[in-house]
Design a protein around this ligand. Structure first.
Ligand code: C5P
Length: 240
C-alpha cells in the first residue's frame, strides 16, 4: 500500500499510496528540531506519540465539523491523509503571550489575548519563517481575500474546540500553529499536525510547560511529558 517517498521534512516523511493518487501516508519521525533547525536531537518514541496525539485531535475536530486532510491512523507512527497542496503559511493562534511574540513586541509572558490573536508567518526555512501581513500573504501564496478570511475563521474555530478539549485534559492551550492545504478541487482544509510539537500546553494546576518548550529550553524529559498529554487525551476521549 505504501508507495515511494514523496518528501522528507524535519518531523515527518510523506509517502505516496499505491493505487490512491489522492491520498498520502505521513510517517512521524523521532527527530526534534528547534530554532529553525539549529537545535536537534532524537527521542525514541516521539514519532509514535505525535502520531497518536495528532490522530486523536483530528478525530475530535472531525466530530466537531472541522474538515481536515486526516483519514485515519494506520499504526503507531503512520497516518493516512488526503493529498493536499500545502499553502506556505503558518497560522498561529495565541490565547496567552509566550514565545516569539514576547521577544518581538516586548509583551510579558502569560498576558492573555482576548479575543485570541491570529498571526501569519511565511513558511520558508531559508528565510526563517518571517511574520507577514495579509497583503504579503496574498502576494506570496496566491490566496484570495475570501480564502484568507476563511482560513482565519477556521483557525479561530479550531481554537475554540481545542481550548475545550485540552481544558478537560487539565491543560491550558497557550498557542498553536496550523497549516492549511488545498484538495484537488481547490477546497481548503486543515492539514499537517496538531501535537505538543506545534502547541504550547501548560498544566492547568501547576503552570508547568508540557510541550516542545521542554526541548527548546532543556526543561526535562520530553517523552514522559508527551506520554502524559496522550494519556490525558485518551482518558478524556474515552469518557465521552
Ligand atoms: O515561536 P512562536 O512563539 O511564534 O510559536 C507559536 C506557536 O506555534 C508555538 O506553539 C509553536 O510550537 C508553534 N510553531 C510551530 N512551528 C513553527 C513555529 C511555531 O509549530 N515553525
Amino acid at each position: 500500500m505504501k508507495g515511494s517517498l514523496l518528501y522528507e521534512g524535519k518531523a515527518k516523511k510523506v509517502y505516496h499510496v499505491d493505487g490512491e493518487p489522492n491520498q498520502l501516508i505521513l510517517s512521524y519521525k523521532n527527530d526534534a528540531t528547534a530554532f529553525n533547525g539549529k537545535k536537534k536531537d532524537r527521542f525514541e518514541g516521539k514519532g509514535r506519540l505525535n502520531n497518536l496525539i495528532t490522530s486523536k485531535v483530528f478525530e475530535y475536530l472531525k466530530q466537531n465539523q472541522i474538515s481536515s486532510h486526516f483519514i485515519e491512523a494506520l499504526n503507531d507512527t503512520e497516518q493516512l491523509v488526503e493529498k493536499t497542496t500545502i499553502i506556505p503559511l503558518e497560522v498561529v493562534v495565541r490565547n496567552v503571550a509566550a514565545g516569539s511574540i514576547t521577544r518581538r513586541l516586548g509583551i510579558q509572558e502569560k498576558q492573555p489575548f482576548e479575543p485570541p490573536l491570529v498571526e501569519l508567518f511565511y513558511k520558508d526555512d531559508e528565510l526563517g519563517d518571517p511574520i507577514i501581513n495579509d497583503e504579503h500573504a496574498y502576494h506570496l501564496t496566491g490566496i484570495s481575500e475570501e480564502e484568507l478570511s476563511q482560513i482565519k475563521q477556521m483557525a479561530l474555530k479550531v481554537n475554540s474546540q481545542l481550548l475545550q478539549l485540552f481544558k478537560v485534559a487539565k491543560l491550558k492551550l497557550v498557542d498553536f500553529k496550523l497549516e492549511f492545504g488545498r484538495l484537488e478541487d481547490g477546497t481548503i482544509v486543515l492539514a499537517d499536525e496538531i501535537s505538543p510539537d506545534t502547541c504550547r500546553l501548560w498544566d492547568l494546576d501547576t503552570g508547568e510547560k508540557m510541550d516542545k518548550d521542554v526541548f527548546r529550553e532543556s526543561l526535562g524529559d520530553l517523552i514522559s511529558v508527551y506520554e502524559t498529554i496522550l494519556q490525558r487525551l485518551e482518558e478524556n476521549t474515552c469518557a465521552k
